[in-house]
Ligand binder design. Structure first.
Ligand code: NAI
Ligand code: MG
Length: 337
């Protein structure tokens, strides 16, 4: 087993090595290779994602990716390396589960997963300005091929993991040609999975239900932008962004990546919550390497440590421990098994 590890920027440098420690605890012979990407690397070298990183990722077929700091304005030659890497590796399905966690910030009864199309929509980066910068235009791309692929992935995952209902989320009422196509194709694919219930919601209504009654959801199947936003909302019910894992899956390749970004407000202090990255590694073990027992052991260790009241400052400040101490607790829990 080989893993290409890309810590990236900010808290990525703190939480990704913590997740590597936990992985090494359960799979001592895993081959770890570190690689560069991100804003800091771009500032020094002029590219956010060097060829050497792409080559290593392609060779390993498994990546653990932290986060990259990306400015909210155009910078020449910069692009978001994570989004590019997902496209290059063809990890077309992004799985973002949220479930109740034993912390006061989590909501009992929640157990849902957002399955997000990971390669197209407005994230293709076809953007330009006209009229001397007075008009900004973005292309939203939805294809039958990518929609069929993500829909099959979602329904197969629902079957494999015992989920009962898939909610297709879109805004086809406004974007009839793009979201309309996503909706039509997803509903067609749903017909092939008669054992799984299907319903649909407009994305704004889905956001409302995500706040009002998140237990309404089992699996959400949606496009790239809505999946990004709804999964951050869902993460709040799982205890917060510090605990929210994700996995970008292709047919024989996967990127484990926490939902959160590089958290500049807390970076460099050694206080970030490594749980999101650790649980992303558990997802890699389960869905890509097919090592269910190892995945479950990690999840149980995280659950046990949180249940004992150990926590980082994002959960609550009183009695909070550092990233390193929290990771130690998880490792010693795994060790004691
Ligand atoms: P963020 O996810 O970095 O932070 C949002 C809030 O959650 C902050 O208050 C932060 O302190 C907290 N948080 C996030 N991760 C945490 C952790 N592990 N432990 C404890 N608290 C945590 O989102 P924000 O602030 O909007 O974006 C910051 C930068 O990250 C931006 O440059 C953005 O472009 C980038 N970003 C990168 C992503 C990626 O590379 N995959 C994903 C999301 C944002
Ligand atoms: Mg996001």
């Amino acid at each position: 087993m080989e893993l290409c590890v890309i810590p990236g920027d900010g808290v990525g440098i703190e939480v990704i090595p913590a997740a590597v420690r936990v992985l090494q605890q359960v799979v001592p012979d895993v081959q770890i290779q570190y690689a560069d990407a991100g804003w800091d690397y771009f500032e020094k070298n002029g590219t956010p994602l060097p060829e050497s990183t792409i080559t290593l990722a392609e060779q390993c077929k498994a990546v653990l990716y932290g986060a990259a700091a990306s400015p909210s304005y155009p910078v020449e030659n910069y692009y978001i390396p994570g989004v590019r890497l997902r496209r290059i590796l063809k990890t077309y399905a992004n799985l973002r589960p949220t479930r109740y966690m034993p912390v006061p910030t989590s909501r009992p009864g929640v157990n849902l997963i957002v399955v997000r199309e990971n390669t197209e929509d407005v994230y293709v980066g076809h953007e330009y300005t006209q009229d001397s910068g007075r008009v900004g235009i973005s292309e939203k791309v939805v294809t039958r091929e990518a929609t069929e692929r993500i829909a099959h992935k979602a329904f197969q995952l629902a079957r494999r993991t015992g989920r009962k209902k898939v909610t297709i989320v879109h805004k086809a009422s406004v974007m009839t040609q793009t979201d309309g196509l996503f909706r039509k194709v997803a509903l067609e694919v749903a017909q092939e999975y008669a054992d799984i219930a299907t319903d649909e919601l407009l994305v704004d209504t889905a956001a409302y239900w995500m706040v009002k009654n998140p237990a309404r959801f089992d699996m959400i199947l949606t496009s790239n932008l809505y999946g990004d936003i709804l999964s951050d909302m869902a993460a709040a019910w799982g205890g917060g962004l510090g605990l929210a894992p994700s996995l970008s899956l292709g047919d024989d390749v996967a990127i484990a990546e926490p939902v959160h970004g590089c958290a500049p407000d807390i970076a460099g202090q050694g206080i970030a919550n490594p749980t999101a990255s650790i649980l992303s590694v558990a997802m890699l073990l389960r869905h890509h390497w097919r090592r269910e027992d190892d995945a479950r052991n990690i999840e149980e260790a995280v659950y046990a440590v949180l249940s004992e009241g150990d926590h980082t400052t994002d959960i609550y400040s009183e009695g909070a421990i550092s990233t390193a101490d929290f990771t130690d607790k998880i490792c010693s829990h795994l060790n004691s098994k």
